[in-house]
Ligand binder design. Structure first.
Ligand SMILES: O=C[C@H](O)[C@H](O)COP(=O)(O)O
Ligand SMILES: C=C(OP(=O)(O)O)C(=O)O
Length: 450
């Protein structure tokens, strides 16, 4: 990775500091922050530009309807859970969903984790109050600790370094699982082991058997299966804490362009997508494929302005709009945006985040979502694109590979009381392993029809 760059590129990467950056931690110690970012700036990149370029091509294919993006992972990764078992469970869930989608809809699936960097969260409120005590809100392990004590809630810049180190270790495990034989399609049955006792798993098992039979047939015909041993797997996170993203941005000697090497794909959240804000400015200057979340209040003119600023050269795969409207709003809110953006002639990949517009509080007080609402938003997303003749390019989900009980419904019918059994997320509720597979079966049918 090169260290030299045209001065205007480097200067441009600092411009965000003159703009309003929402949702940033209030770091109490400027010198400690400078130490941490200096350390990060001299550390190795987590991903390299060529990988980001490859992903851009894959997302361009998804935007044309020649592939489908599956992006999933925790709402907020935690340092404590960055162990091989949890990482494997997440990777396996995404691989299983991808198999279901590929098999069900005969479409190549681009696999991407919300992983190896998803350590910072925007919050509705800067503070949290419990029993009369008010402390800074938890903003993700990259910023402060979840434990409700004054010491844990103070933003600590050393956490930026820890986030980098743990992301590097996570990526190492992800690369080992996806390239070292675990992801070999011939092991499609093994991924399901121990999960046979409910309808989603039984249905997965039937899919796996069909794939197995096809592979054995091709094997008998003398096909070469080396390509099945590894899968392409990309990592992504919300580019929220700009000190972290800036410190990991490097200039590519091949082209002189800047790349944010903290992940293959980074996105701007619904709360930080202001056209004249720091986040949009910073990501306009890196060459990675990037995303922007669009919520139900997005005006068509806002979406068009984002297209013009973030993809001025109309590069296919450069810009993904991740819509998160809510099941009740998507059918009205999405069409004007798609129409306005389509009229610009700039290629954009549209994907649905059917989680963030559907958050409710259960009667027992848990932040949750109804599986049926999530599914209905995905349905609405497909309907809108089908009606407009545009392409539903992918699915963005908060999910985990574990048997948590955070989202209501699904074939196990998690109810209000059931939420208490294994509610582990630190911020937003995730689909569990089984709900994720159920979702994939439903989406495969929608994709096949579209
Ligand atoms: O996943 C994201 C959350 O919706 C976001 O961080 C806000 O959460 P909050 O409303 O609990 O602060
Ligand atoms: C905060 C998130 O989403 P949004 O910006 O859409 O609210 C998220 O995806 O973690």
């Amino acid at each position: 990775m090169p260290t030299t760059a045209a001065p205007d590129v480097l200067e441009g990467l600092e411009h965000f500091r003159r703009l309003v950056a929402l949702q940033q931690p209030t770091w109490p110690d400027a010198a400690a922050l400078a130490d941490a970012t200096t350390h990060l700036a001299s550390s190795s990149p987590l991903v390299v530009p060529a990988e980001a370029d490859l992903l851009r091509d894959r997302l361009a294919a998804a935007g044309r309807g020649e592939a489908f993006l599956l992006q999933g992972g925790d709402c907020a990764e935690t340092f404590a859970e960055a162990n091989a078992d949890r990482i494997r469970n997440k990777v396996r869930t995404i691989l299983q969903m991808a198999v279901i989608l590929t098999h069900g809809a005969s479409t190549p699936v681009v696999k991407m984790g919300r992983m190896a960097g998803q350590y910072a969260k925007p919050r509705s409120s800067d503070t949290e109050t419990r029993d009369g005590v008010t402390l800074p809100a938890y903003r993700g392990d990259m910023v402060n600790g979840h434990e409700f004590t004054p010491a844990h809630r103070v933003p600590d810049p050393q956490r930026l370094v820890q986030a980098y180190d743990i992301s590097a270790a996570t990526l190492n495990v992800v690369r080992a699982f996806t390239r070292g034989g675990y992801a070999d399609l011939r092991r499609v049955h093994e991924w399901n082991q121990g999960f046979m006792q409910n309808p989603a798993y039984a249905r997965y098992e039937r899919t796996a058997t069909e794939i197995d039979r096809a592979i054995r047939f091709m094997d008998a015909c003398g096909a070469d299966f080396d390509a099945l041993r590894t899968v392409e797997f990309f990592v992504s996170h919300e580019a929220l804490v700009l000190e972290y993203e800036r410190a990991l941005t490097r200039v590519d000697s091949r082209t002189g362009a800047a790349y944010d090497t903290s992940g293959h794909f980074v996105w701007i959240g619904e709360r930080t997508r202001q056209i004249d804000g720091a986040h949009v400015d910073f990501l306009s200057r890196v060459a990675n494929p990037i995303g922007v979340k669009l919520g139900p209040t997005t005006a068509p003119a806002d979406a068009v302005a984002l297209v013009e600023k973030l993809n001025p050269d109309a590069v296919p795969g450069r810009l993904t709009f991740i819509t998160r409207m809510g099941a009740g709003r998507i059918r009205e809110a999405l069409p004007p945006l798609v129409e306005a953006v389509t009229a610009t002639g700039v290629p954009v990949t549209w994907i649905t985040d059917a989680m963030h517009g559907n958050t409710i509080t259960s009667t027992s007080g848990y932040k949750t979502r109804r599986f049926e609402d999530v599914l209905d938003e995905v349905r609405g997303f497909f309907e809108v694109h089908r009606a407009l003749g545009t392409v539903p390019g992918g699915l963005h989900c908060e999910l985990t590979g574990d048997d948590v009980t955070e989202v209501l419904g699904g074939s196990e019918e998690i109810d209000d009381a059931g939420l208490a059994l294994r509610y582990e997320t630190l911020v937003d509720p995730r689909l569990n392993h089984q709900q994720s597979l159920e979702m994939a079966f439903q989406v495969a049918e929608m994709l096949r029809r579209s």
